[in-house]
Unconditional design. Structure first.
Lengths: 311, 378
């Protein structure tokens, strides 16, 4: 196991290196610079500023100093807001984004699995049709549309929930709902179809022939096998939720990382772009690694590592 | 008798037979096959009686009449083989007895499926669960798919006894170990922690048998238990059935299309065709004096080593469409001796002996002329 984790860790480093490099060149391929603004600044001032931020140096020198900052995880101060370092921005924004993301994942996974399982157990009955209609709607509506509709209906028209910001559990309801609906619908549909398939398997029939409790058959025999495809797409869903947080944070004025990320790109704020991109990708890669571990736990046939003497 | 005692006694019998030294040293594979020396006793205590069982399935294409009035009985300690080609309703019959038909789309009607004193068709699902796996157990065709890949063998073995017999964890485990001994799996203690994919096909079928036997059922329904196995493993598994029956006195319904298997372990045979039992008899009656043309055709299409130069004679044609089964004898369209009456009216049961029954118009006295012609033609 330790060997496997070491191997994966090395692979993560390589991936992050590639992402950082790509980000750097993409960043510089985009026209504009962090020092440009509408006001006409003095040319000397401009040149001094460029020298200060080392933007006047050749590309490869900039690349190396940039990679050094990635390696040491010290991105220096933001160009637009020189009073704050990038690390401070991350430290402030990440906990909020993390909270939003994790709650969304938990809500999406649990409700998706429940919905899919009930639909499968009541195949072609009312519950099934209702759940699947709900799922199709959930997949079809983009989260930003859902978010604005929710704000209009449940915060403005009916005043059930606060319309924005991130302070109490009540504040969390709308953004989490808006963000979780899509992934939940995908998980529900997938759970349903794979559950229906598993329920026709011989080993389920055999469990029935053994006179095992129906509850136990579903929970112990069927669900574990039916969840394999769900775990497989968790990686993609995680990436989706992560990018979804950018939009949702913006709409609900949630002070998370997404705001800094989007703003930094608009402003060509190079250190902040670097910092947020590397951080996001490292986080996503780590989550994918966790998904792989869960995969191995759910299905004993999948071996993450080769033991001595295994065939 | 506990499983452990059984296992010991089995091992001793094997020694006496000189066929096996110790199952543990052989990794569950017994080289030489012991002769069929059962000391079993078939009693006249009726354990199961199926009367006029009908099973239909509603589909988009119409209603399939999978089983159309099946009657048979089973006595304690007996092995009844149900034979017939694919799609003749063998498995549906066994699933119906076992309560495994989903309703809907399935629909079961009968004059009664009595297991001892109880009518299984009248039980609720909850009451049925107290019989499933406890009094009646089932062995499935394909051991590669019958075991849950994500649960350990130990859990799959013990969950039944734990639920039905309220055994503690350690008692259930001990019982599972005894059962694995009984079916000839070495190192049961360690094997319990393993998953199905760590076993070979033959081993898995032994485990499936162990699971079926763990609650000491009185009736074992084996649905093509050897079809998915290698021929050498098949022989071992059949041997195991014989041994287990000799020791426990369990009654067995063996569903198969393999007449070799039937010849080896059955006492009585029921031949099914197009959802009906067309001929029943004890093993000798069916193999030596088959009366129904279909049974004869079935036997003729089995390769035999003792008849040199013989050609295999397949039965021409295909079984009838069970969406719209024929009014008369379902075999009439393929029968070389078919008469007008055969296509229109289903023949009544003719009893040829205490055990031998056949549904065929050739048994009618008026068909005697045709039988003479047939004999002449041969």
């Amino acid at each position: 196991m330790a060997k496997y984790i070491m191997k994966r860790f090395f692979m993560m480093l390589v991936t992050i290196f590639i992402i950082a490099t790509l980000t750097f060149f993409l960043m510089h391929a985009v026209p504009g610079s962090p020092l440009e603004s509408d006001r006409n600044t003095n040319e000397t001032v401009q040149a001094n500023l460029e020298r200060f931020y080392k933007l006047d140096q050749p590309m490869h020198i900039q690349y190396f100093s940039y990679m050094k900052s990635v390696a040491t995880f010290d991105f220096g101060p933001s160009i637009k807001d020189p009073n704050r370092t990038v690390n401070e921005l991350l430290a402030r924004g990440f906990p909020v984004s993390f909270e939003l993301g994790i709650i969304t994942i938990i809500v999406a996974v649990i409700s998706g699995i429940l919905l899919g399982t009930f639909a499968a157990l009541r195949h072609n009955k009312m519950i099934d049709y209702a759940a699947m209609t709900f799922a199709v709607i959930g997949i079809s509506i983009p989260n930003f549309v859902l978010a604005t509709v929710l704000i209009q209906q449940l915060a403005v028209n009916v005043n059930l929930f606060p319309p924005a910001t991130w302070k109490s559990p009540m504040h969390m309801v709308l953004p989490v709902f808006a963000l979780a609906t899509g992934p939940m619908a995908i998980i529900a549909r997938l759970t349903r179809s794979s559950m229906l398939e598993v329920l026709t398997q011989d080993y389920i029939k055999m469990a029935r022939a053994k006179g095992i409790n129906p509850m136990r058959i579903v929970l112990r025999h069927a669900l574990r096998n039916a969840l394999m495809p769900v775990v497989t797409i968790m990686g993609t869903l995680l990436a989706g939720i992560l990018t979804g947080t950018f939009v949702i944070e913006k709409i609900f004025a949630i002070p998370g990382m997404g705001k800094y990320f989007v703003d930094s790109i608009n402003n060509r704020d190079y250190p902040v772009i670097m910092g947020t991109t590397v951080f996001y990708s490292a986080f996503l890669i780590f989550m994918l690694f966790l998904v792989d571990i869960v995969y191995g736990i759910l299905d004993p046939r999948i071996k993450l590592h080769k033991k001595e003497g295994d065939v | 008798m506990t499983g452990k005692q059984l296992a010991e006694e089995l091992a001793r019998t094997r020694l006496e037979d000189g066929a096996d030294i110790d199952p543990v040293d052989h990794f569950g594979k017994r080289g030489k096959i012991v002769k069929n020396n059962k000391h079993k006793t078939v009693t006249d205590e009726r354990i199961l009686s199926v009367e006029d069982l009908h099973v239909t399935f509603s589909t988009y294409g119409g209603t399939v009449q999978a089983v159309r009035g099946v009657n048979f009985e089973l006595y304690k300690g007996e092995t009844l083989a149900i034979v017939g080609e694919s799609g003749c309703g063998k498995s549906v019959t066994s699933n119906a007895i076992m309560g495994l038909i989903q309703q809907p789309p399935g629909k079961i009607s009968s004059k009664g499926v009595h297991f001892k004193k109880q009518d299984l068709t009248k039980l609720s699902k909850k009451e049925m669960r107290k019989i499933q796996g406890v009094d009646i157990s089932m062995i499935f065709q394909d051991p590669m798919t019958a075991l849950n890949p994500t649960l350990t063998i130990g859990e799959q073995l013990t969950e039944g006894v734990k639920q039905h017999k309220n055994l503690s964890k350690s008692e259930a485990k001990q019982r599972a170990i005894d059962m694995l001994h009984l079916v000839g799996i070495p190192n049961p203690d360690e094997r319990l922690k393993q998953y199905p994919h760590q076993f070979s096909g033959g081993m898995r079928q032994r485990i499936v048998i162990a699971i079926a036997l763990i609650c000491e059922p009185e009736l074992l329904i084996a649905d093509e238990p050897t079809t998915a196995l290698d021929v050498t493993i098949q022989a071992q598994i059949l041997e195991l059935f014989d041994e287990i029956q000799a020791k426990t006195g369990v009654s067995i319904i063996l569903i198969t299309h393999d007449l070799g298997v039937v010849a080896k372990i059955a006492d009585r045979i029921a031949v099914m065709y197009a959802g009906k039992v067309i001929e029943t008899g004890d093993k000798r009656e069916i193999f030596y004096t088959p009366q129904h043309p279909y049974t004869q055709g079935l036997l003729n299409s089995v390769p035999r080593l003792d008849l040199a130069g013989g050609e295999l004679k397949p039965i021409d044609g295909t079984p009838p469409d069970l969406f719209a089964p024929p009014a008369g004898c379902p075999f009439a369209a393929r029968c070389p001796f078919a008469m007008d009456v055969c296509t229109n009216v289903y023949p009544e049961k003719t009893a040829l002996s205490k055990t031998h029954n056949v549904d065929c118009w050739l048994q009618d006295p008026r068909a005697q002329k045709l039988i003479e012609e047939r004999a002449f033609a041969r």
